[in-house]
Design a binder for this molecule. Structure first.
Ligand SMILES: [Zn+2]
Ligand SMILES: [Zn+2]
Length: 174
């Protein structure tokens, strides 16, 4: 797919055109082209270190989603994107070199265009990495919260004064 097509698809999903979604498109394009033989299914796992606009492009174009358990968000506030192929165990990491790439003071349209025209290697540090994937899409037994009665994934249950509580109830009662 051409960049233009990818942009269109990502923008449709994301709702607006912005530098963030453009960065996600460039990341996705790189992975699609240098794809470590990805089949774009559950074999690919994306680990993103931010939850900004760029992640929408990755969901739309690479099919890594929260629901499938192959999109993992680490809340580090960094523009780092790691992709892991579960079949051949290879991983590749793209890190944005400079978050103001393209110039923050440029009009949005110009900045987007500058990003689209650039060589990915000027925008990202790209490296093969060792990657130990976390466990994916695990089904855990539910435990009933003793306060609200909601069945809750066991790993999310907290103990407080001898009661097993879901996170919202724990936050309320602690
Ligand atoms: Zn956006
Ligand atoms: Zn509860």
């Amino acid at each position: 797919m051409e960049t233009e097509e990818l942009m269109e698809k990502a923008v449709k999903f994301h709702g607006h055109e912005c530098p963030g979604v453009t960065i996600g498109v460039l990341v996705s394009k790189y992975i699609l082209e240098h794809g470590m033989d990805f089949s774009l299914d559950e074999e690919i796992v994306a680990v993103v270190e931010n939850d900004n606009c760029s992640v929408d492009a990755i969901q739309a174009l690479l099919g890594t989603t929260f629901g499938k358990g192959n999109l993992i968000h680490l809340d580090y506030g960094k523009n780092n994107f790691t992709f892991y192929n579960r079949t051949n165990k290879k991983a590749i990491k793209l890190s944005l070199k400079n978050s103001s790439f393209g110039g923050r003071d440029l009009p949005r349209e110009e900045r987007i265009q500058k990003l689209l025209d650039a060589n990915p290697k000027d925008i990202f540090n790209i490296q093969k990495v060792e990657f130990d994937p976390p466990q994916f899409a695990q089904i855990h037994e539910s435990i009933i919260c003793e306060n609200c009665g909601d069945p809750t994934m066991g790993t999310r249950i907290k103990e407080f004064k001898g009661k097993k509580l879901c996170i919202p109830c724990y936050e309320k009662l602690k």
